[in-house]
Design a protein around this ligand. Sequence first.
Ligand code: ZN
Ligand code: ZN
Length: 244
Amino acid sequence: MFFFNENSWMAGAIILIFRYFLIAGTAYFIFYIWKKKKLSHLKIQQKFPEGKQLRNEILFSFLTLLIYSGTSGIVLYWYKKGITKIYHDVNDYGFFYLLGSVLFMIVLHDTYFYWTHKLLHSSKWLFKFHKIHHQSHNPTPWAAFAFHPAEALISLGIIPLIIFIIPTHPLALVMFLSFMTIYNVLIHLGYEIISKKKSNLSIWKWQNTSKNHDLHHEIGGGFNYGLYFSFWDRMMGSYKENQN
Ligand SMILES: [Zn+2]
Ligand SMILES: [Zn+2]
């Protein structure tokens, strides 16, 4: 199987980096170059980041993606030992299970992200490892994976949590990781493209928006620790919609 070939880490790195450049690059091109003027009313912070910030965001995201692909051998080792719940025949659990497992991964990841993110803000020593991500006070799509290597490793903890807890099809994992990348780029977009005020659908209430996460970057923490949802922030009293 392609995903579990020992020699595939290089191919994995190329796929991860290509996916990041494709998604973050497309978002950057549309919002920061092509439609910059036309969409300026949606920009959350009016100022635009300097070249140095962009270079840092790209450099550290690149490093994170190399770490992600470089550690894929551990998953291979666990898989070969037969201790994971990875399965290959979709019919074993059915297609609806596969889709449901992706939703479960997203909710589990949101919980994992909220608590590890909050932990990284809980002391000066731990914040040292999260400081790189917070160098961007005015984030762009390139900041999605701009982590210190230690934070990159912490973020990887979601993978064993998934493959040891629930039956996981590789396709479900790819769908989840692609969604995670797109959503990560969205919350670092710097533009609010889904307005809660315009939408009467209460489902948006539970969404962690670009504006929520932008505020987390602008002020430097203290609230809005979630990734996809605002459940945990609302429950733990760390939700904030505006500066005031
Ligand atoms: Zn961020
Ligand atoms: Zn943070």
